[in-house]
Design a protein around this ligand. Structure first.
Ligand SMILES: Nc1ncnc2c1ncn2[C@@H]1O[C@H](COP(=O)(O)OP(=O)(O)OP(=O)(O)O)[C@@H](O)[C@H]1O
Ligand SMILES: [Mg+2]
Length: 496
């Protein structure tokens, strides 16, 4: 008898809790609960056929709402329920366990203090959690656990961000939208609306456009063979298309691999060299001359160069950077190329020249120039050590997992933008490099057909032969800049 009483007591308790939960849900989701309550009340008052009729009417209204105004239906009815369900399913239901097993709880006397989950905003691609930090923790404590948290939440990635004091923000990326290729959008815009400091060349893992600044920076693209360096380069070219057609941007291309990859655009580029000998040397010399003339003019007018049809932005693309600096047998040419690259990379920012350097194997030798590239893209790399050569020693800890990118997703990579980098002071940028944010991205997939479309849509108005301003063709003594101590002097060069 006593036992039966206990069971009954438990059952009633459970029933009460259940009722309370239902009542609480009814309060939380009035768009759902009010019509249902109204139908039940009507049925009870007027007889069940009325109740059923009202129920059918309610469902009909929902269907019409859903079909006619899906956005508002999602916002008022299903969206809120979904938010709550996913928050519970992904986070609340296992929160205490996840915190404890990742050693993020704290202990005071005999009490265990679990970080408080303030909110979880469920998104299509990423969920944003706001968590209270127990005393004694800092954001970096969580940063160091991001990989463990990623596995705990079964997520694609976890990013730890600073929030207001006492809190940490977690961005849990649960859907990999970069798994499928992203086609090159074929929308033609006005040249004026191409922002040279934000050219879209792909998508970030959060679904935003991946934009790169071209004016005032240099871009390094490192990746093993077949990792998609070509698609990054072609995406940049496509983004600049309207400017190229207008004449306010010109492309110089240096393709030491005998022009296989970019040969199709041979006549379309303003300058094109496809060997790693005389042609490459001449192209670099010409770029340096244009730059020095610009610097001389600017010194006189004391202004910054704003690319225009008369003084266009020069995009110097070097496919396979290493072959230029490494594989030359002739030491004199190699030396001159080194000096030219050093000169171009340090001076170009102010002179409206941007270098896009592709690299298959980021070795130490090449990487002496690394810090001259404020924007770096690391696609698939074969070894973890190469990540450090692209992004610096902390790169991999900050999330650049280039060596884990599968072969099946060419064009996927990580990008680091170091905003404050000073290309004129190599070696002073280490601290900037330590904190710069790294973002996972995928470049547009540019097919051969897209390349034909780019070239047909954006023909250049004329071949670039020099700036169309007074002094645009003034003679320049390159040696004076390359060898300040004379050609055979023993003085210091640019890269030593
Ligand atoms: N963004 C992308 N999205 C989808 N597929 C891509 C993308 N980029 C490249 N691919 C595919 O991968 C192949 C190799 O790409 P790509 O030629 O750009 O590599 P690469 O890094 O330039 O290689 P290499 O060093 O050999 O020149 C392409 O033929 C293409 O099919
Ligand atoms: Mg290539």
């Amino acid at each position: 008898m006593n036992e039966v009483g206990e069971v009954l007591f438990l059952l009633v308790g459970k029933l009460l809790v259940g009722l309370l939960v239902v009542a609480w849900w009814a309060v939380l989701y009035p768009m759902f609960s009010l019509p249902v309550a109204a139908a039940v009340a009507l049925g009870w008052w007027q007889g069940w056929p009325y109740g059923v009729a009202a129920g059918v009417a309610v469902v009909g209204c929902w269907v019409v709402w859903r079909v006619r105004w899906p956005v508002s239906f999602e916002r008022w009815v299903t969206g809120r329920i979904r938010q709550r369900y996913w928050k519970w399913f992904r986070y609340s239901s296992r929160w205490i366990k996840v915190m404890a097993m990742n050693r993020l709880t704290a202990e005071l006397d005999t009490k265990v203090i679990t970080p408080y989950l303030f909110s979880a905003r469920i998104g299509r691609v990423v969920d944003v959690l706001e968590v209270g930090l127990p005393y004694g923790q800092k954001v970096e404590t969580w940063e160091a656990r991001s990989e463990e948290l990623r596995h705990s939440f079964r997520a694609v990635g976890v990013r730890v961000r600073h929030a207001v004091s006492g809190r940490v923000r977690l961005e849990v990326i649960h859907t990999d939208i970069l798994r499928k290729p992203i086609p090159l959008p074929r929308t033609v815009v006005d040249a004026r609306s191409v922002d040279l400091e934000a050219v879209p060349i792909g998508m970030t893992q959060l679904g935003n456009p991946w934009r790169v600044a071209l004016l005032g920076t240099h871009v390094m693209v490192a990746g093993a063979t077949g990792s998609g360096k070509g698609s990054v380069v072609w995406s940049v070219i496509a983004g600049l298309g309207p400017r190229i057609a207008e004449g306010s941007a010109v492309v110089f291309l240096l393709d030491p691999k005998a022009g296989v990859e970019f040969g199709a655009g041979m006549d379309w580029f303003d300058k094109f060299a496809y060997d790693n000998g005389k042609g490459a040397l001449e192209l670099l010399r010409e770029t340096a001359r244009v730059m020095i003339r610009r610097m001389n003019r600017m010194r006189r007018a004391s202004r910054k160069l704003i690319p225009s049809v008369k003084e266009p932005l020069i995009v110097l693309i070097v496919d396979e950077f290493a072959s230029l600096t490494e594989y030359f047998s002739d030491k004199r040419i190699r030396d001159e190329i080194q000096r030219l690259l050093g000169l171009i990379l340090t001076m170009a920012r102010a002179a409206g020249v941007v270098v896009i350097g592709c690299l298959q194997d980021p070795s130490k030798e090449v990487m002496r120039l690394r810090q001259l590239f404020p924007t770096r893209v690391g696609l698939r790399l074969s070894e973890a050590t190469q990540v450090a050569m692209v992004f610096g020693p902390t790169g991999r800890d900050r999330g650049a997992l280039c060596d884990l990118i599968p072969h099946t997703t060419p064009g996927v990579g990580y990008v680091q933008i170091t905003p404050g980098v000073d290309t004129e002071a190599i070696g002073d940028n280490e601290s900037e490099e330590q904190v710069a944010e790294i973002e996972r991205v995928r470049a547009y997939y540019v097919t051969d057909d897209d390349i034909r479309w780019i070239m047909a849509t954006y023909p250049r108005p004329r071949r670039y032969t020099g700036d169309q301003v007074p002094g645009g063709a003034a003679p320049v003594d390159l040696d004076e800049h390359l060898y300040p101590e004379g050609r055979d002097g023993k003085g210091k060069g640019y890269n030593e």
